[in-house]
Design a protein around this ligand. Structure first.
Ligand code: SF4
Length: 229
């Protein structure tokens, strides 16, 4: 895609996102504490499973200071329904480090974020984008799948760590409204450019930019032409 096409792609995706993005509670805030907490809870866990627990945690611990004062038994009780119980200790450990090393402020610096226990590249980028609107792609197996299809590149398990995918994702990221752009890309992957079923290309707002779709159409037309002749 050239620069102009990228701009139209971004605008189209954001417009779709404004209409279709799922209204999760963690998407209605830009407080780093609340976003970091949500991203940790969402790790390998369905959003539908996280919502109630997330709301309970924030009601009881509305800021990092209150969460830092929670005992491990209290943390365990409130986070237990999420499963992945090793994560509970990790969250406790991480909060302790933020209190001590970062003066109770969630660090904005990427390396600082990555130094926290339980914070992956994806979580660090999500917190930076969703809390501070920093234009950084959020790359996971789902967004990589969409990018792979857009550029018709084979996607493997290792693709999310592949520099070529990162470069393409960085080229596409919207620098003015990265937050809505990234939410839209995540939800496009979840609702339209899906993993298990055949992607719903006929409902896709960015089909006009997609090489996978274009090549599929060409093949379909060729098959039709052969059958007619
Ligand atoms: Fe995915 Fe189809 Fe949209 Fe391409 S056109 S991004 S394959 S849903």
């Amino acid at each position: 895609m050239n620069t102009e096409e990228i701009m139209v792609f971004q605008r189209t995706l954001k417009d779709w996102g404004r209409e279709h993005c799922r209204p999760f509670p963690w998407r209605k805030t830009d407080e780093p504490y609340k976003i970091l907490l949500a991203e940790l809870m969402l790790h390998r866990t369905q959003a539908s499973q996280v919502t109630k627990v997330y709301e309970n945690v924030l009601e009881r611990y509305p800021n990092i200071q209150s969460l830092a004062n929670a005992t491990s038994v209290e943390l365990n009780d409130i986070l237990y329904p999420l499963g992945l119980h090793w994560r509970i200790n990790l969250i406790g450990e991480m909060i302790g480090i933020i209190m001590k090393r970062f003066g109770a402020e969630i660090p904005q610096d990427k390396a600082d974020l990555l130094s926290l226990p339980g914070v992956s590249e994806y979580i660090a980028s999500s917190v930076r984008c969703f809390a501070w609107n920093i234009a950084e792609p959020v790359i996971d197996t789902n967004t990589v799948r969409v990018i792979g299809r857009l550029f018709n590149i084979e996607v493997k398990d290792s693709s999310r760590r592949n520099s070529n995918f990162r470069r393409l994702a960085s080229q596409l990221i919207d620098s003015i409204e990265p937050k809505i752009y990234n939410y839209a890309l995540l939800d496009l992957a979840d609702q339209v450019c899906t993993k298990r079923q055949i992607p719903k290309c006929l409902q896709c707002p960015v089909a006009g930019f997609c090489l996978h779709y274009r090549d599929g159409q060409k093949e379909f037309n060729m098959t039709k032409a052969v059958k007619v002749s």
